[in-house]
Design a protein around this ligand. Structure first.
Ligand SMILES: [Zn+2]
Length: 478
């Protein structure tokens, strides 16, 4: 039975004992046992040596990667540190997104989740509410990132009943100015983070990425009023709508936006058909026909798909003329339930073909469509892989995907890190996991003799800095 469990490495010789006579069977049995023992010892030695060799390769790569200055392709942080919520505590801030979803998935009720967020109630009482779910979810990427963060930022081993009060005191102390600099610059070594949506932002940390989603999918009268306010124009026709969309884009670019972003895969399919202007105008008229009637601003619209499709093509036409990079949300949607197949990145294929001067930066490795994304990035010259959010969604999927992409996708088409956090401390844990994961993938390739350690280091610089620098055309902008 024992021998069946042993996987024998190729380079270990197996001695076969031949039965020649019944008389020597007992003797042979003894000798066989001795050979088996020697075989087990050889196997153990072999695997130990292999592990040590692999660990050494990983350590050498990680020792280099851990100090790299990096470009962070995507964040939702407050645009200025003084806009950070002050009426908070460690549970309220850390459970604004991501890990709260794992807790709810594990069984925490929405009512209890709301109670946990109430920082007016005793911390330990709220911890007890959340503890059973925390303990079963703490090994997810979201949970691990938080533990990594508190260890590095506050010297707390892990988030636990025995540490939560001490951790909270240290956390509250971090609400004073200087914490952004500590986390983003000193601890995470981030050159610049691309910030989703906020045109006005602290340029010592951020560059803005602009969204035109409200032009493609206006949701309420308020959305339209907001656009009228920002553009100081009254919108009376589809022509006005298109004209203002272009003006707003150029204004955003003139004040420092470096790329466009769409997050509409949370609300609809990524399949944008080509639609005639007439059909789009019908959709526009549907939502505008009652404009200026009382309470119009608060109405929720069901803006037609044809209108949305036309507008996405219109926006991509603008981006194509300006040679812009366009970030697309694909794959997993944050939250506790959505329609995953709406966000399959292959649904964007017609857009990749029709807008060759737009560089499509495909978010979140398309998880769980990372292999689909592999084919898209391999074949389309204007499709790039962005690992933002991915290292905490699934560290293992990120490692394996990168191992595979190195085989299938040119290495200049992948950006390794985007924090995608709404709160500052999460960024540290995420970038640390990203550095570990990338080092593990590269170490595997070195072990397989695809390239040597020096090349692995060069590739890590590309993944974390040079590639996003080129993909987002940041020359002269950071
Ligand atoms: Zn995001």
């Amino acid at each position: 039975m024992l021998i069946k469990k042993i996987i024998i490495p190729k380079n270990i010789t197996i001695f076969t004992l031949r039965n020649t006579s019944q008389n020597i069977q007992n003797w042979e049995h003894k000798q066989s046992s001795s050979v088996i023992l020697r075989l087990i010892t050889s196997c153990q030695k072999f695997y130990k040596e292999e592990r040590t060799k692999m660990n050494k390769i990983f350590e050498e790569i990680f020792n280099y990667v851990k100090d790299l200055e990096i470009i962070d392709t995507h964040e939702h942080l407050p645009a200025f540190e003084n806009e950070r919520e002050k009426d908070t505590d460690v549970l309220k801030e850390y459970l604004t997104h991501y890990f709260n979803r794992d807790l709810i998935s594990a069984g925490l009720s929405i009512d209890d989740y709301q109670k946990v967020l109430n920082n007016k109630v005793s911390l330990i009482k709220r911890w007890k509410l959340v503890e059973p779910y925390w303990e079963v979810a703490r090994n997810t990427g979201y949970g691990r990132a938080l533990d990594v963060s508190v260890k590095a930022l506050y010297g707390v081993e892990k988030i636990h009943r025995s540490t939560i009060e001490h951790l909270n005191e240290a956390f509250l102390d971090s609400l004073k100015p200087g914490h952004f600099k500590k986390v983003l610059k000193e601890k995470s070594k981030i050159k610049v983070s691309l910030l989703d949506s906020n045109l006005e932002c602290d340029k010592s940390f951020f560059r803005s990425v602009y969204r035109l989603d409200n032009f493609i999918y206006p949701n309420t009268g308020d959305d339209i009023e907001q656009i009228e306010k920002e553009s100081a124009t009254k919108i009376c026709s589809l022509g006005d709508w298109l004209e203002i969309c272009e003006i707003m884009l150029d204004k955003a670019l003139s004040i420092g936006a470096v790329a466009l972003k769409s997050g509409l895969a949370y609300r609809r399919t990524l399949k944008y058909e080509r639609v005639s202007k007439n059909e789009a105008e019908n959709g526009f008229n549907e939502i505008f026909k009652v404009k200026h009637s009382p309470d119009w601003e608060n109405q929720v619209f069901m803006v037609g798909k044809k209108f949305q499709d036309y507008m996405m093509h219109f926006v991509l036409g603008l981006a194509n003329k300006r040679n812009l990079t366009f970030q697309f949300h694909t794959g997993i949607q944050e939250g506790n339930g959505n329609i995953i197949y709406n966000s399959d990145p292959s649904l964007l294929s017609n857009l990749f073909l029709e807008y060759p001067n737009v560089d499509f930066d495909i978010f979140h490795i398309g998880y769980p469509y990372q292999q689909v994304l592999s084919v898209l990035a391999k074949t389309f010259p204007n499709v790039y892989i962005d690992m933002c959010w991915a290292h905490i969604i699934s560290p293992t999927a990120s490692i394996n995907a990168l191992i595979e992409w190195i085989d299938s996708v040119p290495i200049n088409k992948i950006s390794a890190f985007g924090g995608d956090y709404c709160f500052i401390d999460g960024v540290y844990g995420h970038q640390y996991l990203a550095r570990i994961n990338v080092s593990k993938s590269l170490a595997k390739k070195v072990e397989d003799s695809v390239f040597d350690i020096e090349k692995a280091k060069e590739i890590s610089r590309m993944l974390f800095y040079n590639n996003p620098f080129k993909i987002f055309k940041l020359k002269g902008k950071i």
